[in-house]
Design a protein around this ligand. Structure first.
Ligand code: S3P
Length: 171
């Protein structure tokens, strides 16, 4: 199975990070996150990188991370930022799983979260909800085109999603 990695892609707030941690726990493996790798490499937060350098700079960092993952990371669960799917070697890194949900379900989950303000603040592309919704619709076919598996996650908990994923994906 490719490099043994599982890559979770999908829109902001769909639950990629929580699912990655749940899957890692079950598989006795580790979870890493592309945004975390970028923040530690740059030693500053994503929102500051966007503000100080602009989006293109951030996208170049994502491509750098993608190359590093392909060269160095094996048998790991990788959660990704919502735009990471666009790197040119995505499918070389591992088995790609697209977590699918409606925009409204994602929005409600973020808004009703006890840490809603923090969740919005760390996502510069979610500040304008109308723009975020447009981006959501534009990206859905692009996520699907890159995916080996598509999992409907709406209304499901991380353990429930992990169950169906583990059934579907050969380990
Ligand atoms: C982005 C999603 C964010 C983060 C950055 C850009 C996007 O990650 O990488 O703000 O383009 O959708 P999450 O999907 O973890 O929120």
């Amino acid at each position: 199975m490719k490099l043994g990695n599982i890559l979770l892609i999908g829109f902001m707030g769909v639950g990629k990070g929580s699912l990655a941690r749940e899957l890692a726990r079950r598989k006795g493996s580790f979870a890493i996150d592309t945004d975390d790798l970028i923040e530690s490499f740059e030693n500053r937060k994503i929102r500051r990188i966007f503000k100080e350098e602009g989006e293109q700079y951030f996208r170049n960092l994502e491509q750098q991370v993608a190359k590093w993952l392909q060269d160095n990371v094996r048998n790991t669960i990788i959660s990704t930022g919502g735009g990471f799917f666009a790197v040119d070697n995505l499918r070389e890194i591992g088995t790609v799983v697209f977590l699918k949900s409606s925009f409204n379900a994602i929005l409600n989950k973020i808004i009703n979260h006890p840490n809603a303000e923090k969740k919005l603040k760390k996502r510069p592309l979610f500040r304008d909800v109308g723009q975020a919704e447009k981006l959501f619709h534009a990206r859905q076919p692009l996520y699907a085109a890159k995916a080996d598996f598509i999992i409907d996650v709406e209304g499901k908990s991380a353990p429930e999603i992990a169950n169906s994923l583990i059934e579907q994906i050969p380990s």
